[in-house]
Write a protein that binds this ligand. Structure first.
Ligand SMILES: *Cc1c(COP(=O)(O)O)cnc(C)c1O
Length: 342
């Protein structure tokens, strides 16, 4: 292992200059105006069962109701609408195979633009089909996510395509932050928000909006024990390499980027507490969502419910949790809901 300090300085020196507050309330408000009518203004529903359990009003923000089944549409739509006409015309590109890939594909179709989604040969057929059916061009390259990302960079450098990153971009963060504005509008007495945490675009955006309007609100980020990249980075004081492992919360997998520009600092500064969950706890969250709340929620989207069920978060005052997505493999969902071990 090379010593860490020179590497840190190298990364700092290479880093493009970023203004101190890359995203603040005005950017989130601008995003809200931009995406209005193009993304769903999702419902905030009360959970009688979780409210009883916590002895506090608990509400679910149903991002599962977005047309692509996850909140990522907010950030992608805002980022694309903020592009210049020329950047749009060049076509969009990203390497995400999951909800961000769907969001970029859907956005491109809605706005009449071209989108290319790069993925490795190891991506399962159902994920490829989900993106193809939204009209995007799928480009299969190499055998890892890194190979797919390298192809994105080649298409940007050689063909001038416009990359839409999944989280580490001011317009993406501001788009996700529109959830925070809706939360405060629907629940002005909000005291605590439970947010699934991976690259940190969702948590950073919501925290920026909510804390600007209501500074006392407690922000809890939730990841899985298996590969909690942002938690490891915050503990280390800088982005670190994290081994990716299979998890039920697959949408929370992956790193935050060793040269992370904005979400690391925002999450470090704005998240009050990070909670990590076991696979069995996440499975219990998915099961509760289906059987008690009547909602199909994927592992990443169920971590808020799971943290409350496990007693790992004890909220004080009106609480909202972000049910961030519903895109779970049907067979896996059936197995978990029927009570099989995770
Ligand atoms: C991407 C994603 C998250 C995590 O969002 P980040 O901005 O990467 O922290 C949570 N839930 C779902 C369903 C997602 O697709």
């Amino acid at each position: 292992m090379p010593v860490t300090k020179p590497r840190l300085f190298t990364a700092e020196a290479d880093r493009p200059a970023t203004p101190p507050a890359a995203v603040a309330l005005p950017e989130v408000e601008a995003a809200m105006a931009r995406v209005a009518g193009r993304v769903e203004r999702t419902p905030l529903v009360t959970s009688p069962s979780l409210s009883r359990l916590c002895d506090q009003p608990v509400h679910l923000k149903l991002e599962t109701r977005q047309p692509i089944g996850a909140f990522k549409l907010r950030g992608a739509m805002n980022a694309v609408l903020a592009l210049t006409e020329d950047q749009r015309r060049r076509g969009l590109v990203t390497a995400s195979t999951g909800n961000h890939g769907r969001a970029v594909a859907y956005t491109a179709r809605e706005l009449g633009l071209a989108a290319t989604i790069c993925m490795s040969a190891l991506v399962p057929a159902n994920k490829i089909e989900a993106i193809r059916s939204l009209g995007a061009e799928v480009r299969i390259v190499g055998r890892s996510q890194d190979d797919a990302q390298a192809e994105v960079e080649r298409l940007v450098a050689e063909h001038g395509l416009t990359q839409i990153p999944p989280f580490d971009h001011p317009d993406v963060v501001a788009g996700q932050g529109t959830i925070g504005l809706e939360l405060i509008e629907d629940l002005p007495e909000l005291a605590c928000v439970l947010i699934p945490l991976s690259g940190g675009g969702l948590a950073a955006g919501i925290a920026v909006a909510v804390k600007a309007l209501q500074p006392s609100v407690r922000i809890v980020g939730i990841s899985m024990v298996r590969g909690a990249a942002m938690a490891a980075a915050i503990a280390a004081g800088r982005p670190v390499e994290v081994v990716e492992e299979a998890t039920l919360a697959d949408s929370l997998g992956g790193g935050i980027g060793l040269s992370n520009r904005i979400t690391f600092a925002l999450c470090r500064d704005l998240i009050d507490e990070i909670v990590l969950l076991s696979e069995a706890e996440i499975a219990a969250g998915i099961r509760h969502a289906a059987l008690v709340e009547g909602e199909i929620v994927e592992g990443a989207g169920a971590v808020g419910i799971a943290a409350l069920l496990a007693g790992k978060v004890k909220p004080q005052g009106p609480t909202a949790l972000i049910a961030s997505g519903r895109n779970i493999d049907e067979a896996v969902h059936r197995r978990i809901v029927s009570g099989a071990a995770a």
